[in-house]
Design a protein around this ligand. Structure first.
Ligand code: FPP
Length: 252
């Protein structure tokens, strides 16, 4: 734990950007199109954003693909979203792999349709050795559920006889984001200003940027704009003065 309150003036851009890709439905509705078309265009926006991120100095992107709460949407919409994941992995996995992208899927595997669970395993296994860029897709993910699972892992380890000390570091190792760089910036599109159970723990010191743009219209320009807003923030991590720390260093 560092003794000094630490802050970083974000001289560099964010290493880790997390995206709440909101507004697919409204994008479609405004055009008189089915919501499914909005989600399909949302995948195109995701492709553009994944391409732009490393060009803007980002090392890791985490995107909210499907939340534990999204199961309550009508069955045909849930099925559309599952279909898009199948199609996305089918069409993009080899290209992402060739570009050195490591794909990790955050969230509970239990409850996923078995073919999706297999696709997730394949995407992770195929790209496990890549280190040029990290793409984390939150799927069947909820921040509270992830914290519950992390706590359960500690309980299991203690029951197995391990001497477990419950502290932030130990709990953090059980989260599905363990090992990824600290989240610097969380972006939500479509004008909504909520976390909606995304990355609750990881959001502790993240900057947040809310953009009016609907997700299907997103791409390099909008991401650059979010990063420019991040660059104007003063990060204090609970301290009073902005002092400089090595970029990305974990602080408490
Ligand atoms: C929010 O729009 C978006 C989602 C619930 C899903 C996001 C999914 C994708 C962009 C495509 C599939 C994902 C992957 C990982 C391939 P909304 O439907 O809540 O929009 P609304 O608020 O305007 O109704």
């Amino acid at each position: 734990m560092s003794a000094e309150p630490v802050a970083t003036a974000p001289e560099k851009g964010p290493r880790h950007v997390a995206l709440i890709m909101d507004g697919n439905g409204r994008w479609a509705q405004r055009r008189g199109l089915p919501r499914a078309v909005g989600h399909r265009e949302g995948v195109q926006a995701l492709r553009r954003t994944i391409k732009a991120a490393p060009e803007l100095g980002v090392e890791c992107l985490t995107v909210f693909g499907f939340s534990t709460e999204n199961w309550s949407r009508p069955a045909d919409e849930v099925s559309d979203l599952m279909g898009l994941v199948r199609a996305f992995v089918g069409s993009d996995l080899n290209r992402l792999d060739a570009a050195g992208v490591r794909v990790k899927v955050l969230g509970r595997r239990k409850g996923l349709p078995s073919d999706i669970a297999a696709i997730v395993e394949r995407a992770e296994a195929q790209t496990a050795g890549n280190d040029k860029f990290l793409l984390q897709v939150a799927f069947n993910y909820g921040g509270r559920a992830d914290l519950v699972d992390a706590a359960q892992r500690l309980v299991d380890r203690a029951r197995a006889g391990e001497d477990v000390v419950v502290d932030e570091e130990m709990l953090g190792t059980g989260l599905s984001t363990a090992g990824s760089p600290p989240v610097d910036l969380i972006v939500r599109t479509s004008g909504e200003q909520r976390l909606s159970n995304f990355l609750l723990w990881e959001a502790a010191y993240a900057e947040m940027v809310f953009q009016e743009i609907l997700w299907p219209d997103y791409g390099a320009e909008a991401l650059a704009e979010a990063i420019a807003q991040f660059g104007q923030r003063e990060r204090r991590y609970g301290g009073r003065e902005a002092v400089t720390a090595p970029y990305g260093e974990a602080v408490s």
